[in-house]
Ligand binder design. Structure first.
Ligand SMILES: Nc1nc2c(ncn2[C@@H]2O[C@H](COP(=O)(O)OP(=O)(O)OP(=O)(O)O)[C@@H](O)[C@H]2O)c(=O)[nH]1
Length: 304
């Protein structure tokens, strides 16, 4: 009996040993859930090195062909992934102006970095941002720290910034425009009157800035970078100019003065105001003659 029991236990042990050896030789080792994966399998699948010794190769059949990589820009990847064509650009937008007029604030506002999301380009010089204007994506580079000679400046659009609270900064933009017209006559210019929120300390009137802008044949935008007021409009104008288009889309006539032109309504109002004496005293001084004259010309044609 005892001999039989011993024989049985020996045969069981032999079977177990055989099973163990089979496991080690042909099947992949069993892995506990808590055991960390080998480093190469911790990498992303496409980055893992595929070789014949791969512990999964026996189970997964023939190993897949190696995946080749090429260095492409993130932006291209995103566009391809989302099924959009790669964005156009990059368009370089340079902000120039006297110190303290708010160029850095404006750059950050334009780059949409009020929540600190914009990035610095590869040379660390400006903000890179992707925007959609007129339903088309484009990449813009915003430079706010141009320290070199103006003749070296290379950009698609120049934004000359002054502070409406600082007359000297306004004069500085006039000098800059003259220089730019000499060095790069083709580059479109936008004149920007920043800090429009500081109403009480204003030193440069909108009308004055508009006159100056029309003298140099450029657009005028009045805005407040720190309040992020009209930055979106400025960005749109800049992108359209960089694309070689009119800053205002066709059919959008009559935009207001901050957009660079006086609207038709405003012009009409100004014209009518200039016709009618403003204050009651002035009217009294006229003795109502102004209105009588007008009235006669309209109703009593014989008086003419
Ligand atoms: N009230 C008001 N303050 C502003 C505005 N834009 C900028 N500032 C302030 O103006 C000061 C100067 O702004 P910056 O952006 O540093 O001006 P900058 O032109 O880059 O100056 P530099 O770097 O010296 O050339 C800061 O205190 C800003 O907070 C604005 O639209 N309104």
């Amino acid at each position: 009996m005892l001999t039989d029991a011993l024989k049985d236990s020996i045969s069981i042990e032999e079977t177990l040993v055989k099973c163990d050896s089979m496991t080690l030789s042909s099947a992949p080792p069993l892995r506990r859930g808590s055991t960390p994966l080998p480093i190469k399998h911790q990498l992303r699948r496409e980055e893992a090195v595929h070789d014949d010794c791969d512990w999964t190769s026996g189970l997964a059949g023939p190993s897949p062909p190696p995946i080749s990589f090429s260095l492409v820009k993130d932006e291209t990847i995103t566009s391809v992934v989302e099924g959009r064509p790669p964005s156009e650009g990059p368009f370089r937008i340079a902000l120039l102006g006297q110190n303290g007029v708010g160029k850095s604030c404006l750059a950050i506002a334009l780059a949409g970095d009020l929540d600190r999301t914009a990035s610095v380009d590869s040379e660390g010089e400006g903000y890179v941002h992707t925007v959609t204007v007129d339903d088309e994506d484009c990449t813009i580079l915003i430079y706010d720290n141009w320290r070199q000679d103006l003749s070296d400046l290379q950009c698609e659009v120049c934004v000359l910034v002054f502070s409406v609270t600082d007359r000297r900064s306004f004069h500085r933009t006039a000098q800059l425009r003259l220089l730019l017209r000499e060095t790069q006559p083709q580059t479109p210019i936008i004149l920007v009157g920043n800090k429009s929120d500081l109403v009480r300390s204003r030193e440069v009137s909108t009308q004055e800035a508009l006159t100056s802008a029309s003298l140099f044949d450029c657009l005028y935008v009045e805005m407040s970078a720190s309040l992020d007021h009209r930055t979106a409009e400025l960005l749109e104008y800049a992108v359209r100019l960089a694309r070689g288009l009119s800053p205002v889309p066709p059919g959008a006539c009559g935009h207001d003065m901050a957009g660079g032109r006086e609207s038709i309504t405003h012009r009409a109002k100004r014209f009518l105001t200039s016709l009618v004496p403003r204050y009651p005293r002035e009217r009294e001084r006229d003795g109502g003659k102004f209105f009588r004259q007008k009235s006669r010309s309209c109703h009593d044609l014989g008086a003419l």
